[in-house]
Design a protein around this ligand. Sequence first.
Ligand code: BEZ
Length: 208
Amino acid sequence: MSLRLGDTAPNFKATTTAGDIDFYEYLGDSWGILFSHPADYTPVCTTELGRTAQLKDEFAKRDVKVLAVSVDALDRHQGWVRDINETQNTTVDFPIIADETREVAGLYGMIHPNASETFTVRSLFVIGPDKKVKLTLTYPASTGRNFNEVLRVVDSLQLTAKHSVATPADWNPGEKVIVALSVPTEQAQEKFPKGVEIVKPYLRYTEI
Ligand code: BEZ
């Protein structure tokens, strides 16, 4: 059974480019992003890990710890990191898990046999400080992920974890949000001092 939203993200111990880790200890009380790529020394994966490294400050601002994983060996990861740094004009300093035994891939359902028997697909999990799965993404090998979108979702997840709101289609930080259905309209004005715009009883906007 694959992992679903709200499930507990499984813990594991792993060998990584940043040394041996216990996943939960590595995350501590932070948010986490665990994402798999199909294989080292491949073009799309090179751009994805490079982009992730470039966004280091953005992840840090949001208290998100990032880890990549593939079934490649540690020495391949180490050699490939030099290529990523050189070609993507960055420095990869988040851990890349060497999952040769496929333990992590198995726990997180990252191998989709009808896509590839051997490689992990492009899976991505956002994990909350409570170790619950907050978001899952699955992309095929041929399509690189949009890491601006990953940051945008993290912003939405963190906002909606703190306030009784939801974020509308194409929302970006700073824009109007939707008052959660759980908040009765008579309480909404008090809860959201910047005001509530009622379009329909079920569609109410506010600002945070
Ligand atoms: C890539 O990263 O470009 C890639 C990896 C595995 C299969 C196909 C493409």
